[in-house]
Write a protein that binds this ligand. Sequence first.
Ligand SMILES: NC(=O)c1ccc[n+]([C@@H]2O[C@H](COP(=O)([O-])OP(=O)(O)OC[C@H]3O[C@@H](n4cnc5c(N)ncnc54)[C@H](OP(=O)(O)O)[C@@H]3O)[C@@H](O)[C@H]2O)c1
Length: 274
Amino acid sequence: MDIKTTKRLNNGVEIPVFGLGVFKSANGPETEQAVLWALEAGYRHIDTAAVYGNEESVGNAIKKSGIPRNEIFLTTKLWNEDMRKHRQLKAFEESLSRLQLDYVDLYLIHWPVKNVYLESWAVMEDIYRSGRAKSIGVSNFKVSHMNDLLANSNVVPAVNQMEFNPSMQDYDIYNLCREKGIAFEAWSPLGCGKYTSDSEIGEIGAKYNKTAVQTILRWILQKDMIVFPKSVNRGRIIENADIFDFELSAEDCAKIDAMNRNIRTGADPDTFTF
Ligand SMILES: NC(=O)c1ccc[n+]([C@@H]2O[C@H](COP(=O)([O-])OP(=O)(O)OC[C@H]3O[C@@H](n4cnc5c(N)ncnc54)[C@H](OP(=O)(O)O)[C@@H]3O)[C@@H](O)[C@H]2O)c1
């Protein structure tokens, strides 16, 4: 496995299992520079969203990098308010325009907004059929949302992007996704920064000469998940990718598994209010 290793999605598309997240990276030089540093370090997968407000800078960086478009995997997401206003297609076209791209590799429903996620999925299926999203998927879909979607749609999502980190490990949805051939993406792998200096995980990592952050990212990859830590710092962008030359033992993975408390960093998909 290395930084460019891919996993085959249920529609045959290859997705790099490691990438860069840009949530809370400011539009402008901060995001543009972070994406350029990541691409320079070998990253080939960027995860953004309309609501992050930085699609324009992500697009600028992709263009400036000079890397052929088909060598970069770009994900963006449909925002909740655009679903509530039934302007899903328009929102997608606005994302493409801000990204300055004619297609995205993966388009996700960001949150399972009650009463409109099924309607939104039908629009996503149309976008998929048009070729302007090479794959479509969902995010923050718990078991109930996923079962509802699977029973009322034609295209099985290629991925489900869920919060997953040492204190938040939901194996009900993880196992359902595996059973249905839906790839699992882990968001906030570092608990949005909470675990960057965790002493227990740091001790495990020290055995491999790795930091707590590298240890967590490797633990996630060894579960066959896809992960894209966020950083706008060049050194940390490089550090986060230096996880392909070691393997955690089953015993060490179990120690991190045992840290699960089912405590979320972000909102609960059943009760979110945005
Ligand atoms: N679908 C969803 O609803 C959803 C929700 C949240 C996130 N996401 C996606 O998942 C990605 C990752 O999650 P996240 O951004 O919430 O949080 P995260 O990746 O768990 O943590 C990011 C935080 O950790 C810091 N950090 C990163 N690497 C570090 C290192 N090596 N040492 C010390 N600190 C480090 C970053 O600061 P610096 O930037 O200063 O390095 C930042 O404060 C997002 O960017 C986004 O793409 C999706």
